[in-house]
Design a binder for this molecule. Structure first.
Ligand code: OGA
Ligand code: NI
Length: 609
């Protein structure tokens, strides 16, 4: 049935869950793009101001002749600058290109099909040649076996962009870069491929995008992340990382890994249990995203004693909470009211759950889960985290005791229910302190609305053979009000240091060390908005270890979907300016899920100015 276009849930249900896709939506007779697909203004591509790529297509047939050096030079120049270029005389038969386009159109014409990944053996000649030229230029002698390793498995995705009634406000694929070595792309006659201009590129200031124009019969080549990582590393003479990436690629078979890990639901745990010795390429982070733990600072704030709230030391403790929320955005609490025995059972329960046989866990895989409140799975969208996260998880919505008892998995529901009950009392106390400090007089109903939505997770980070190049959870901020996190004794939680934080320059991360019997609390995006930016919803990430697996049990408290969020009037009065606009929480959530997991940038959605 056609969805109600004014209801984000109904659109999501129809497009994603039922699998009708955007094509189904357009075919159902759409005249206006639903809110869910509207990009925030700053992410839109202003095509009037885009520059057309002026590099002429590169003639690959010359690579084997006397013009070799000249053509090689063109390829290298293009790879070094725009990162995108077009090739003609590429050796891929033109009739094949045409039939690929036809096939793609036909494929998306099939009922209820969404996406497929096919191998395209005839474009692989070509990719090998290009790769060899690029690698030779950076001083690497490449023999056939190395080239084979580097391109490992080649994936061609067919992506269909249906006709869109409001093209100025939507986006086909959000800004991302490809993972893999070289991406070969066949554009059809419609066009619409743009490359983001980086700040260090010397172009006129106002243009932000380069349009890759249509060249008949040409293929578009994109230098993907993995090659960028490779060239960076070689330039910095850091051969160790280069070796790791090569090894990783050697083992990689993106499609079968995806099937085993994601589709079948074995998770990273299944991959590790199968006797893996290096991580597959899809889990390798670009170097600039990795956490260098040698340079991290340990958080020095002592845990805050919550039992003192309401007693003679109330003000001093409230002061500690406020100070932590304003600076790091993270703090640890003791005497928090959650029984210590329960904390131990939670960790044990998490290990036990992920240790269950696949059949039991796979029941809760997103496409088949019998429960609307439970979702088991693993990281599956590389563009969200630059690489897949090395973790498996089970997510649960808490909508009341009865539903939890009915829908949550039997093995875990008892302890989790007790955990959420105790935690919510603590969260409300903390929130009250933080709001009162802003001059608000929060009553029970206000606190109730602001913490009305509760999502719990158990996250399992399996041992990782190459923890220096992977990430458990990529850099992000939490979207709700306050997050409560139980972490075990392994450690690995890091908070990103922002430029305005006054720490020694070379450190980029603050480590939140495990302290027995404490819980970690952090400010999330909505509290940053309510406080008009006074409290910090800090970006954080989890680093893997090769020592042992790690578990964590977060509770994300969020406002009700329909809650209106805006900076508190008392703060605006004091500050003389509102830094965020007013919006409904559900719109914020939809915006975040639609865009990449790009950390604090989610908050740009609500920023004024
Ligand atoms: C999260 C998160 C941290 C952890 O799930 O949002 O940041 O230690 N988790 O698992
Ligand atoms: Ni988080």
């Amino acid at each position: 049935m056609a969805p109600n276009l004014h209801d984000a849930n109904s659109v999501f249900e129809f497009v994603v869950k039922e699998g009708n896709g955007i094509k189904g939506l357009v075919d159902s007779g759409l005249s206006k793009v639903p809110g869910l697909y509207v990009q925030p203004p700053n992410e839109r591509i202003d095509k009037e101001n885009a520059i057309k790529l002026e590099l002429p297509p590169i003639d690959l047939s010359k690579l084997d002749g006397p013009g070799h050096h000249e053509v090689a030079e063109q390829i290298v120049r293009a790879a070094e600058t725009v990162g995108f270029f077009q090739v003609v005389n590429h050796g891929v038969p033109l009739h094949l290109l045409q039939s690929l386009k036809d096939t793609a159109r036909k494929f998306f014409g099939l009922p209820l099909e969404r996406k497929a990944v096919y191998l395209a053996p005839s474009s692989i000649v070509m990719v090998k040649k290009l790769l060899r030229v690029l690698l030779e230029n950076i001083g690497v002698k490449s023999d056939d076996s190395m080239i084979d390793v580097l391109i490992g498995k080649k994936m061609v995705a067919m992506i269909f962009y249906p006709i869109c009634p409001n093209p100025d406000v939507t986006i086909g694929i959000g800004r991302h870069s490809d993972i893999g070595m070289l991406t070969v792309l066949l554009q059809d006659e419609v066009g619409g491929l743009y490359v983001k201009i980086e700040e260090d590129m010397d172009y006129e200031k106002k243009a932000k995008w380069i349009e890759i124009p249509l060249v008949p019969d040409a293929l578009v080549i994109n230098v993907a992340d993995m090659l960028q990582a490779t060239t960076n590393t070689i330039h910095s003479q850091n051969l160790k990382h280069f070796t790791v990436i090569l090894m990783a690629l050697n083992l990689d078979d993106a499609k079968s890994i995806y099937e085993f890990v994601v589709t079948e639901g074995n998770g990273i745990k299944g991959l590790v249990d199968s006797g893996l010795s290096t991580v597959p390429a899809v889990y390798v982070q670009p170097p600039n995203e990795r956490i260098h733990k040698e340079n991290a600072i340990k958080l020095e704030l002592p845990p805050i004693d919550m039992s003192k709230l309401g007693g003679p030391d109330h003000d001093a403790v409230a002061e500690q909470i406020v100070r932590a929320a304003e600076t790091v955005g993270f703090f640890q609490v003791v005497n928090h009211g959650v029984p210590l025995q329960l904390l131990e059972s939670l960790k044990e329960t998490a290990h036990n759950f992920f240790g269950l046989p696949l059949e039991r866990k796979a029941v809760y895989l997103a496409p088949v889960s019998p429960s609307p409140l439970v979702k088991y799975g693993t990281s599956y969208l590389p563009e969200k985290e630059k690489a897949l996260g090395w973790k498996d998880y089970i997510l649960m919505q808490y909508t009341g005791d009865d539903e939890a008892l009915r829908y949550w998995p039997d093995e875990i529901k008892g302890v989790l229910l007790e955990y959420v009950r105790c935690s919510i009392i603590m969260v409300k106390k903390l929130l009250r302190v933080l709001l009162e400090n802003l001059g608000a007089k929060p009553d029970d109903s206000m606190i109730g609305v602001l913490t009305g939505r509760k999502t719990l997770a158990m996250i399992y980070y399996p041992t990782c053979p190459n923890p220096d190049v992977t990430i458990g959870i990529g850099r992000h901020s939490d979207i709700g009000m306050l997050t409560v996190l139980l972490q075990d004794e392994i450690g690995g939680l890091y908070v990103k240091i922002e430029e305005d934080m006054n720490y020694e320059k070379k450190a980029e991360w603050i480590e939140i060390p495990p302290i027995p019997n404490t819980l970690v609390i952090n400010v999330a995006d909505m509290l940053q908005v309510l406080s008009n930016g006074k409290y910090r919803s800090a970006e954080h990430a989890v680093r893997n270890t090769n020592i042992s697996s790690r578990v964590s049990v977060p509770i994300f408290t969020m406002p009700l979907e329909t809650a209106t969020i805006a900076p508190l009037s008392q703060v605006i009065e004091k500050d003389g300016i509102a830094r965020y606009k007013e919006f409904m929480f559900v719109d914020y959530m939809n915006n975040v899920y639609k865009n990449a997991l790009n950390g604090k940038k989610s908050l740009n959605f609500a920023k004024i100015g």
